[in-house]
Unconditional design. Structure first.
Length: 117
């Protein structure tokens, strides 16, 4: 058997399970919407105010900043430990990584993510 055979089988099973779990319930479920089902649910507590609607973009920018800083911090340490073994390839790889991070930072800066109010 090809060494990638088990990986292919696992991939097929994973995709089939994902499709099965996401498509079949929509096909089998009965849709009976009513006003009670459309209300916001907060752990059994009746909502006291109307639903605010969409989150402001500021929320997503702060979340993006957290993810970018987290990935950066988690990636620099292993690279620094193995820097001598990786040589020039590791250096070039980290330069590309820093460029991608800089693009993310530039996007957040342009959207005003670094302006704290």
């Amino acid at each position: 058997m090809n060494p990638y055979g088990p990986v292919a089988i696992y991939l097929v099973v994973a995709v089939a399970a994902a499709l099965l779990f996401s498509v079949v319930p929509g096909l089998l479920a009965r849709a009976k919407p009513n006003a009670h089902k459309r209300e916001a649910y907060e752990c059994g507590v009746e909502p006291t105010s109307p639903v605010a609607g969409r989150f402001p973009i500021r929320f997503y920018l702060i979340a993006m900043l957290f993810v970018v800083f987290d990935v950066e911090a988690a990636s620099f340490y292993p690279w620094a430990v193995q820097m001598h073994a990786l040589r020039v390839f590791g250096l070039l790889e980290m330069i590309v990584f820093i460029i991608v991070l800089a693009i993310g930072y530039a996007y957040v800066w342009k959207k005003g993510g670094f302006v704290w109010r």
